[in-house]
Design a protein around this ligand. Sequence first.
Ligand code: ADP
Length: 641
Amino acid sequence: MSTETRQFQTEVQEILNLMIHSLYSNREIFLRELVSNASDALDKIRYEEIVNKDFKTDPTEKHIRLTADKENKSLTISDNGIGMSYDEVVQNIGTIAYSGSKNFAKKISEMKDSPELIGQFGVGFYSSFMVAHKVRLHTQKAGSDEGIIWESTGDGSYTIEKASRKEGHGTSVTLFLREEAADKEENGIAQNFCDQWTLKSLIKKYSDFIEYPVRMEMEKHEPELDSEGKALEGKTKVSREDEVLNSQKALWLKSPKDISEEEYKEFYKHVTSDWNEPQDHIHFKAEGTQEFSSIMYIPKTLPFDYNQRDMKYGLSLYVRRVFILDNCEQLLPQYLRFLKGVVDSSDLPLNVSREMIQQDKQILAIRKAIVSKALRHLEGMLKDKREDYENVWKNFGSTLKEGLASDYSNKEKLQDLCLFHSSHSDKLTTLKEYVERMPSGQKDIYYVTGDSVKNLESSPHLEKLKQKNYEVIYMTDPVDEWVMSSVHDYNDKKMVSITRDDLELDTEEEKKQKEEEKKNHAERLKSVTEAIQKALSENIREVRLSDRLVDSPACLISGKHDPSAHMERLMESMGHSAPKSKRILEINPEHPVFAKMLEFEDKRKADWAEILYNQALLNEGSPPENPARFSRQISELMLQG
Ligand code: ADP
């Protein structure tokens, strides 16, 4: 095959441009990215060897090698890992398989001014172009004799040709360093990526825990000795010695007290491709029915592809330090899908496959232990590091809440981890804190769902509760509606929606006291309620005298088992337009508007009924039934004013 020239996918070129013109001060991380890729390729071949005994692979040590060439200003990172086939090179290096790529490209173009965000996209291999004006990749897939040379200067196209690799399977990436990356000082830091000392310290800094040796031939300068063994002045002898630059200790097997914060952070970047620091880590060793070690991380920011349909989640699974598979979903329930990290089991067989894992009892036991550890950790954060926890909640609270509906065995723990806005203050509150504040007469926990705290705060449904000094939880997360349909109580206290008809704010005694008064109101307003009922028969199920209003004339409530108005709006916005359930219009018998209505003839009563109904809709965040007609009615009212 002769040399072929191909164009980069638009999105890839966008990233490359950003890399090439990046002023990002942390260019050195390209080395971590490439070493990380090499380590992944070695993981993959080791796994192939285990499951495929007939596979012929390089019998020499699995390793990564750095070769610096000062004269030509180049640096090569090579491995004897799995390598790539022609199709894989085209697929992996040159396109982004991520299906939301439009979204991706858009985000990338928005990042021009804040390159530190690049990290969220896991640009990996492309980071080479931060330091290189040309990149050459020579790779050969294990089991094949056909090698591929890929080359690009990052300006729109790349070349690709077939050429076997003399070392056999594996990959070498050669970076032809830009002038400023070969010998330049920036902010007092040498940016010399073909200098052996720079490289050695970068490996130590970023890749010390990589399991495979990262080797480099180090030049040693020693004084030349005379026959008596004395140093000859001004004369040095240059020798070359192969050196392993990393300590190769799997971080998760070390004791937490021997690991620095820096090491945890670097490992996070290795496992996630997120360049930001993690919010927190959970490192533990489980003993008992299942023996395993794990390091899990909570990201500090929302990953860019979070909740996309094709988002991958799960932990990386190792068995006795051998990498088995990544994104192992079986190790985490969906509602903890924001956790990233590794699990290394001592008990599983080395040849476990993705299929076997589906129903494996041992995996289930590990998952159970992970869930309980993770929830306990979050509980600790909530108690001791509230601010950090609130950030976790901001990013992943709605994910965590899904557990309330899906993991019954941990319902109480999850309830204790929930934070809510409430009418108490503008700070978030837990249910426990809410209960502690409950005044003596209050029996239930009250909540209301809606689009925003601001709208909920002025909801008429709250009037009586405010008067009684009962706190109301504001639920504004779209998942709340769905979650609350499976949560009915907390610590033996009922959770009651204040927009439903089963709300009971009065004590038995109060109810008795009011009975007479209520009867009188009903009789007095009979003609009004009948007129409203008649005028709105298409829209509402019934008109009732309200106990929950103080200042407003009317509000709408839902039947005990009907969806709330907010739920109906959410469903509608998602394209499910089920027929609306008819609701109940509650009127405030003390409001002067009804005394006034008593004096009207039927036509005017009907008009006002409509206005009251539309007002109630507006108050709960729903649009009026017929906005033009409503606004005409208001104008007429103003004129009558
Ligand atoms: P990521 O590593 O996050 O997937 P990269 O852009 O760094 O993204 O790499 C893209 C893909 O190219 C990798 O997923 C891997 O399949 C392949 N690749 C990169 N480097 C190597 C290598 N040294 N050996 C084999 N495959 C590699």
